[in-house]
Design a binder for this molecule. Sequence first.
Ligand SMILES: [Zn+2]
Length: 242
Amino acid sequence: MPDYTPEQLDLLLELQATDQRVRRIEHTLDDLPEQRELAISDQRAQELSRAVDELRVALDQAAAEQRQLEREVDVLSQRRDAERARIYDGSVVNARELKAVEAEIETTVRRLSEHEDLLLEALERTEAIEGRRDVLSTELEAERERREQLELARNDAASGLLAELGELKVARDREAAGLPAELRERYEQQLARTGGVAVGKLEDNACTACRIGLSMADVGELYAGPPLTTCPQCRRLLVVPA
Ligand SMILES: [Zn+2]
């Protein structure tokens, strides 16, 4: 391994710090709290929207039922009035016929009353559905407003991070370009191998990458050797300060 200047090794450590910040920001972007909140709000709005749609269908059905019952009540009222009129218009000529007409009136009035009860129930049902729809519609509207705010917040948070990421990548390129090509390649290879930290620094008798304590003999050997070597424990690049 060629000898590198302390400045080059400092730059190597700087490059690694920059790369770590880049990874942290990329991770943060994937996992933004604003992004998670937005997803939750999105789902809630979808659920509410579905529920409101279902109530709209139920309301249409209830309205159709109600109209049907209104028509039936209408028909029965007219029939009752017609039957009552027969008693007085002279068309009923004997007691037997009169009794039959009275029985018909009784049946019609009973059916009318039953239908009126059903109509009342249908009206109450419609009102209940309308009430529930109004509550959910208001909730949906509020959730949609909340969602808009969350989207703005998410965009704000992401734009800050994206700007920071852009700056870090510029810094990274500058730092990488400042290293000898051979050193940069070793760093990249090590980075690909470890997927995270590629370089450690000898500090307090341990490598800062693996933090496994080294024996005094190892430490003595490292200080006597080149300023850039390999950690005897984790095999990462190891910067040995003068
Ligand atoms: Zn190590």
